[in-house]
Write a protein that binds this ligand. Structure first.
Ligand code: LMG
Ligand code: NDP
Ligand code: PMR
Length: 399
């Protein structure tokens, strides 16, 4: 892939250190999207340092070629018609389930270039191929949300690529319903909250400026939430229930040494930790909305895409659960939704002109029509949202 990228880059292009737009190239549409779209960059393994450096160089070169891309809307000199460039959307955890289905839906629309931000490069490449996505519609970049270093590295690489950022989708998650003992991220945070919330929190904060700078007509930050974090629903009342308490565990760093591994300070429970992480996701979206919507025009949204009972999310559940859960959701709760349908729903939140309202938690009814759903008391508590934000920014080193 790196070779492919290098081969496509004309030798006369020199690589600037910071690959941001060079003004003299800005209005040219000669090379623009097509070159960039063919160039794939793999930043996957820290062990493969040489390879990475090489790729980073090609990334930088690519940056300059990408910088030739025209503004979001251009007027054709031939017929005067306005055209919109392809949008650039980053989707975390696009190697399976909802993320992959969304990547596929957006790629197939022809309107989007999807950056699949994944922890397993080869898995993502295979997934994209077997989903039938064509190469010019996606780029895979390495991102391990369970490491804040990796998040920072991803952001640096993305910024260097010079590609605009129009939409960021925080989709990746882990769920450990059967774990007896906690596991931890690179920085020592309990894994579910560390990955699902803190990794995404840092990622979104660091990429906010890029979203701000986008000239795309509608720029969005989307964080995937869930019904099971909302205790105003039946599903949210299946034990163990989400509850962030007074955040004493989060404030202590969730490390199990001088603090609890659970946000509320209780004993470790993997299912609860996941649900708590989803509450944090939904609170974060609202806090972003309150702090930045007016100033930036960015749409901040969250969603419950339906119960996608067949995804990898349940990989750690017992086999009997994995067997019975899909028919239970299909025939009893009727909350079941296929990966394909859920992907279309999230793709709507990325792309539909009608879904630009900010601060909304989207859901879909039985006819698959979207509506603004109500969050639980805790998941819409402004004071808690502010506290989660403030504690989280300390933990990830932003404050
Ligand atoms: C825990 O178990 C696991 O221990 C944990 O590992 C993790 O997975 C966690 O939430 C995830 O769940 C929960 C466990 C116990 O639930 C079960 O899985 C047991 C299943 C028991 C089967 C019950 C019969 C159901 C019908 C049979 C269908 C066969 C197919 C089954 C497929 C299995 C898939 C689930 O949970 C309980 O304690 C059971 C009690 C359920 C609580 C329901 C709560 C109702 C509360 C109502 C309050 C409503 C207020 C809100 C109003 C909203 C209005 C919309
Ligand atoms: P999957 O397990 O299929 O997808 C999760 C993705 O997250 C995978 O691609 C996985 O990568 C990735 N991921 C996990 N850990 C990391 C990490 N450390 N760094 C980078 N990527 C990581 O599950 P779903 O598609 O079901 O889940 C997607 C989202 O949907 C989640 O946010 C989940 O909470 C939400 N959701 C799911 C529901 C459902 O019913 N399934 C219902 C409501 C919400 P890899 O492929 O390498 O494992
Ligand atoms: Mg739940 C009434 C509808 C409903 C819906 C929409 C879901 C969604 N669930 C519902 C009901 C029930 N579930 C009932 C009545 C039970 C008790 C039998 C039940 C149980 C259950 C379990 C054990 N459900 C689960 C689990 C899980 O392990 C999943 C979970 O909580 O992951 C955190 C789960 C889910 N149920 C859902 C959804 C969407 C999940 C998946 C995970 C998620 O929220 O992301």
């Amino acid at each position: 892939m790196a070779l492919q990228a290098a081969a496509l880059v004309p030798a006369t292009f020199s690589a600037p250190k910071e690959g941001k737009a060079t003004p003299s190239f800005k209005d040219s549409t000669l090379f623009g999207v097509s070159l960039a779209d063919h160039a794939k960059v793999d930043f996957s393994s820290s062990a493969l340092r040489c390879k990475r450096e090489f790729n980073q160089r090609t990334g930088a070169v690519r940056a300059q070629t990408t910088a030739t891309a025209s503004p979001a809307i251009t007027r054709s000199s031939v017929d005067g018609k306005k055209t919109l460039r392809k949008g650039s959307v980053i989707i975390t955890g696009a190697s399976s389930g909802l993320g992959l289905a969304t990547a596929k839906a957006l790629a197939e629309s022809g309107k989007w270039h999807v950056i699949m931000a994944c922890r397993d490069f080869l898995k993502a490449e295979r997934a994209a191929k077997s989903a039938g996505m064509s190469k010019e519609n996606y780029t895979i970049m390495h991102l391990d949300l369970a490491s804040l270093d990796s998040v920072r590295q991803f952001v640096d690489s993305y910024k260097r690529s010079g590609r605009p950022l129009d939409v960021l989708v925080c989709n990746a998650a882990v769920y450990q319903p059967t774990a007896k003992e906690p596991s931890f991220t690179a920085e020592g945070f309990e894994l579910s909250v560390g990955t699902n919330h803190l990794g995404h929190f840092l990622l979104s904060r660091l990429l906010l400026d890029d979203l701000k700078q986008s000239d795309y007509p509608s720029k969005r930050l989307i964080i995937v939430g869930s019904i099971t974090g909302n205790t105003n629903t039946l599903a949210g009342n299946v034990p163990p229930k989400a509850n962030l308490g007074d955040l004493r565990g989060l404030a202590g760093g969730l490390n199990g040494l001088n603090s609890s591994t659970m946000i509320d300070g209780g004993d470790f429970d993997g299912a609860k930790a996941y649900k708590d992480s989803k509450v944090c996701n939904m609170l974060t979206m609202q806090e972003f909305h309150r702090r930045y919507h007016e100033e930036t025009g960015i749409t901040f949204a969250s969603l419950y895409p339906g119960c996608i009972a067949t995804t990898g999310l349940f990989r750690e559940h017992i086999p009997l659960f994995r067997l019975l859960f899909p028919p239970f959701q299909k025939y009893i709760t009727k909350g079941f939704v296929s990966e394909e349908e859920a992907g279309k729903r999230l793709a709507q939140v990325v792309s539909e002109p009608s879904l630009t309202k900010s601060g909304v938690y989207w859901s879909w009814n039985k006819d698959s029509a979207s509506f603004e759903n109500q969050l639980s008391e805790e998941a819409s508590n402004q004071e808690k949202a502010r506290k989660v934000w403030e504690v989280s920014e300390k933990l990830v080193g932003l404050a």
